[in-house]
Design a binder for this molecule. Structure first.
Ligand code: SF4
Length: 138
């Protein structure tokens, strides 16, 4: 199977804080499959490390209100292109990210509160009808 995975789940240090979300579960699952890693936020030109971002009234912002919406949307589009070029049959995504979150995201108050919702990349995957799954549901 051709699979695209949030790069941080494969151990790439592309998280906002310079770390990763390495998942043994993902590593076991993808064994023997064709795998491509993507980080929409890095593809969008955002640095590592970077300020945390949340979706506030439909736009992606930093805590100080500065917008990174363009970068997030550009990165999500570029990640989508990788998914379609790779003809991915499944995309495995990191939870709660404003790009990759599948079932829930932070509520935009930067207080750690979680609400139902999806990240910008996950939204595009849904619109395109591509199968995707949250790491927690794998
Ligand atoms: S944008 Fe996605 S792949 Fe990149 S660090 Fe955040 S959760 Fe991981």
């Amino acid at each position: 199977m051709r699979i695209v995975v949030s790069a941080c789940l494969l151990g790439e240090n592309c998280k906002y804080n310079g770390g990763n979300n390495y998942s043994e579960k993902v590593s076991r699952f993808i064994e023997g499959h064709e795998v491509v890693a993507v980080c929409p936020e890095v593809l969008g030109g955002l640095p590592i490390p970077r300020e945390p971002s949340e979706i506030v009234n439909g736009k992606v912002c930093h805590k100080d209100g500065s917008s990174v919406d363009d970068e997030f949307r550009k990165g999500a589009q570029l990640a989508m292109k990788i998914v379609t070029d790779h003809r991915a049959e499944l995309v495995i995504l990191q939870s709660r990210s404003p790009s990759c979150g599948v079932n829930s995201i932070y509520d935009g108050s930067f207080s750690g509160k979680i609400i139902p919702g999806q990240g910008i990349f996950a939204e595009l995957l849904k619109k395109a009808g591509i199968r995707f799954i949250d790491i927690e549901d794998l």
